[in-house]
Design a protein around this ligand. Structure first.
Ligand code: NI
Ligand code: MN
Length: 228
């Protein structure tokens, strides 16, 4: 299973012949363009959207239509996507698990907000547990540190957690260390940092804080792939 970072909180997880794309935000991210990420060349069989903010779904409609991908998201985002002409969606909500055949997804609590670009309500923001290819991955989405993360070891033995580090809008580095501990993750990939001024982090300091806690933090460069 491969993780490829596409900038901000956008990434793919590939296994077998399947590609899962998370929180597509490429055309609005100058850093993605600088690193040669072309929104028109992204491939996806499924698109998972954690919440309705533009920095998580800006390119979902165009990629879903071009790739005929199935979008997994909250019920409210699903209704909005249908109005945008997206044909294949799978609405979920927190607490629910669904088996998609090659993988399954459980939606978990995220403490954040979730307004759609037109101002309508996007439902509750979510994190995802992804069970695929004998791996168990947690993507928290945008969230604060929350006690609910202590439930995750009841549901999954994590190979990796993908957590925001940027602070200001989400948890920052020191809370992300606690989140990894709550969730039982010994390996973390950091996302949602450095994209814009509010969320610039000290990367060396972040690596040190995780290292001090006995957790491996990886910060792949945009376009970079790591094996999960
Ligand atoms: Ni957000
Ligand atoms: Mn965000």
């Amino acid at each position: 299973m491969n993780f490829t970072f596409l900038g901000h909180a956008c990434f793919t997880i590939e296994f077998g012949a399947k590609t899962l794309l998370f929180d597509p935000f490429i055309s609005g991210n100058p850093m993605a363009k600088e690193h040669g990420i072309d929104v028109d060349r992204i491939q996806a069989d499924y698109i998972l959207i954690s919440h309705a903010h533009a920095d998580h779904l800006l390119d979902a409609v165009s990629i879903a239509k071009r790739c005929d991908a199935t979008v997994v998201c909250s019920y409210e985002v699903h209704e909005w996507l249908l109005k945008q002409g997206v044909a294949k969606t799978h609405p979920m909500n927190i607490g629910g698990r669904w088996n998609f055949g090659d993988f399954s997804v459980k939606c978990v609590v995220a403490h954040h907000s979730s307004g759609l670009p037109d101002g309508s309500y996007g439902g509750s923001p979510m994190g995802f547990l992804v069970f695929a290819d004998n791996k168990q991955i947690y993507y928290s989405g945008d969230t604060s540190l929350t006690l609910d993360m202590q439930l995750i070891p009841r549901w999954a033995t994590l190979d990796c957690a993908i957590l925001p580090l940027g602070d200001n809008f989400t948890m920052g580095v020191s809370d992300a260390v606690l989140a990894a501990e709550f969730a039982g993750a010994k390996r973390v990939i950091g996302v949602h940092y450095d994209t814009f001024g509010y969320i610039v982090i000290d990367k060396e300091g972040a690596l040190q804080q995780f290292n001090d806690a006995g957790i491996v933090l990886e910060l792949p460069k945009i376009g970079g792939t790591v094996t999960l």
